[in-house]
Design a protein around this ligand. Structure first.
Ligand SMILES: O=C(O)c1ccccc1N[C@@H]1O[C@H](COP(=O)(O)O)[C@@H](O)[C@H]1O
Length: 195
């Protein structure tokens, strides 16, 4: 089970996620209570060992802005949330980064349909911590796709059983207050997702 912990903004939480075995960490560089600047994202990404994928998260920014922020942060992947057109993914191909397409369940759920390397199927409101009907996407995407949206240490097993994803992605569910991560919750989430 591939596990991504998203919305990290403090070094101690990057370290907790890495030590607990996260496969990827997300650094949000779009409007969000978890937003970090590209230079802060670079500091955080530098704490992750090479086997942990560092993901810059964007939503609706012009592709040139995404390119500049991703390069400045030195992340290994770019996650485009929402209704980015196929052309945005094509325009970022030459960066040589892992491209992640994050959409709600009513979008095109064919993995690779926009030439992305990884698909995330999320709740209608990204990063809001709202559970949704995870079972509705069971069997729809295939290949490497992550389930996101309202997951937490207490429900992630149930969500995995409902949707059968390749991996999971969490932000709000490992926070004690909006935008404030907690190392114990990060460890609990990883333990539950892999149990
Ligand atoms: O985390 C955010 O604030 C965020 C903002 C804008 C776009 C995406 C964002 N995060 C993504 O949302 C889901 C996790 O949501 P939840 O809080 O666990 O319900 C995940 O895909 C994050 O990468």
């Amino acid at each position: 089970m591939f596990v991504k912990i998203c919305g990290l903004s403090e070094p101690e939480h990057v370290e907790a996620a890495v030590e607990a075995g996260a496969d990827a960490i997300g650094l949000v560089m779009t409007a969000s209570p978890r937003r970090v600047t590209p230079s802060r994202a670079a500091e955080l990404a530098a704490l992750a060992p090479p086997h942990v994928l560092t993901v810059g998260v964007f939503m609706g920014e012009p592709v040139e802005e995404v390119r500049q922020a991703a390069e400045a942060a030195g992340v290994g992947a770019v996650q485009l949330h929402g209704r980015h057109p196929h052309a945005d993914f094509t325009a970022l191909k030459d960066l040589g980064l892992t491209l992640v397409r994050a959409v709600a369940a009513d979008a095109d759920l064919r993995t690779g349909a926009f030439d992305e390397d990884l698909l995330i199927v999320d709740a209608p409101r990204a990063g809001a911590g709202e559970p949704w009907d995870w079972a509705a996407v069971r069997g729809r995407p295939s290949g490497n796709w992550l389930l996101a949206g309202g997951l937490d240490p207490g429900n992630v097993r149930q969500a995995i059983e409902a949707a059968r994803p390749w991996g999971v992605d969490v932000s709000s569910g490992v926070e004690v207050a909006r935008g404030v991560k907690d190392s114990d919750l990060i460890r609990s989430f990883l333990g539950a997702a892999r149990s």
